[in-house]
Design a protein around this ligand. Sequence first.
Ligand code: C5P
Length: 228
Amino acid sequence: MTCHLLIPAAGSGKRMGADRNKLLLPLIDKPILQWTLEAAIASEAIAWIGVMAQPHDYPDFQQIFNEISQLKPIRLIQGGATRQASVFNGLKSLPADCDRVLIHDGARCLATPELFDRCDAALQRMQGFIAAVPVKDTIKVVDGLTIVDTPNRDRLWAAQTPQGFHLEALKNAHLKALELGWEVTDDAALLEKVGLAVQIVMGEETNLKVTTQQDLAIAEFILKQRSS
Ligand code: C5P
């Protein structure tokens, strides 16, 4: 048990149509974030968890932490205006002995403990990786409503989290992004932009990111199937 995990959880409920952080919405019998945390706590690899949050959510988040096992330290870290800024805050708050980090979106509440374990193992042999699954649909690149390209599907993977990195490489990439104003939606994109190799680890088909009400209904269905 040596792995440090950062969980960006400082978003809102805008695309969900909710008036609060979507991670606080109930999924079956507990908040979305609690499912994510319980899977991370159940992973044998994870030793320390940092959760990036907006200060107005601290009391609700603290209540969730109190509900679950205190066997592993969970630290609240102030989030930023974007996911990228939240992750950067998290990187600056890691303990001094940490040299590798896993990052996992709070909204991916169906990731299993086995996926975290697999990602920790990958972090021992790779400088940077993301969990991902091959895409099933044919993907079109469009300009307005006109298709401009149909990439070969054999080369397309859908990015998920966890993503894992050597800390120094990721911190340097974030610093470069700040300097040059790069805005990205995942951390792998920053390493790609500075020219470092990022590899793929097989993710999970069910590891969806809860974004809409429909995702919430699908997540509920999957969790009920798992427990039956
Ligand atoms: O909005 P979306 O679901 O794509 O965000 C991905 C993750 O990043 C979520 O878990 C969300 O809470 C987090 N996030 C964050 N800080 C922000 C915006 C999003 O930690 N300012």
